[in-house]
Design a protein around this ligand. Structure first.
Ligand code: ADP
Ligand code: MG
Ligand code: ZN
Length: 193
């Protein structure tokens, strides 16, 4: 039974590390499941923190997910009767994720994408700026700054590759990163050890 027009749209949940993006994604997914809507969750293969086949928050909340290498793999795996598609760590996908989200939305699917809006230098991360631009709804979450206790919008790399040519993607959690506000964030961290 269909009530009213088809509602496909894109929601993006962004913010720094530890801002609760995955928690918020899981909250929305769980509510869709309570409404008996078929949900599928995807995440990039690169993100092997915690578990290969679950999306898990730093608070150990989790739901089953399918790891995929390329954005286009999502389109191939979404079933015809799926109403809600969740995507975590969207910043790690190629730019194709934008077209994938758009295609799903035009098909009537509710797309919920969570990802880092900025990398550890405070620069836009991967396809996120484009995804934010085409989204119907954007939620920007903040964490708690580990230096001053204020609202944190940025992610500080505290260990691992630093320096001016340090690689953008180094997967880690509290061992490598902490949340910081604009004023406490150091975009060009130098190795101290
Ligand atoms: P994200 O997906 O945005 O990285 P998660 O949803 O995985 O975040 O985790 C959010 C949880 O992280 C919070 O509920 C809290 O328990 C924990 N946490 C750890 N450090 C911080 C911090 N600096 N600010 C806020 N929450 C933090
Ligand atoms: Mg997360
Ligand atoms: Zn601060």
């Amino acid at each position: 039974m269909i009530h009213g027009p088809i509602h496909g749209f894109i929601e993006v949940v962004c913010g720094s590390m530890f801002s609760g993006k995955t928690e918020e994604l899981l909250r929305r997914i769980k509510r869709a499941q309570i409404a008996k809507q078929k949900v599928q969750v995807f995440k990039p293969l690169i993100d092997n923190r915690y578990s290969a086949d679950h999306v898990q928050s730093h608070d150990a909340n989790k739901v089953a997910s399918v790891p995929v290498q390329f954005a286009r793999d999502i389109l191939e795996r979404v079933d015809d009767n799926t109403r809600v598609v969740g995507i975590d760590e969207a910043q790690f996908f190629d730019d194709g994720i934008v077209e994938v989200a758009q295609k799903l939305a035009y098909r009537g699917v509710r797309v919920i994408a969570a990802g880092l809006d900025m990398d550890f230098r405070g620069m836009p991360f991967g396809p996120m700026p484009k995804l934010l631009a085409v989204a119907e709804e954007v939620t920007k979450l903040s964490a708690v700054c580990m230096v001053c206790g204020g609202p944190a919008t940025r992610t500080q790399r505290t260990a691992g590759p630093m320096g001016t040519d340090a690689t953008q993607v180094v997967v880690g959690a509290k061992d490598l990163y902490e949340a910081r506000c604009r004023f406490c964030h150091e975009p060009n961290p130098v190795e101290t050890a």
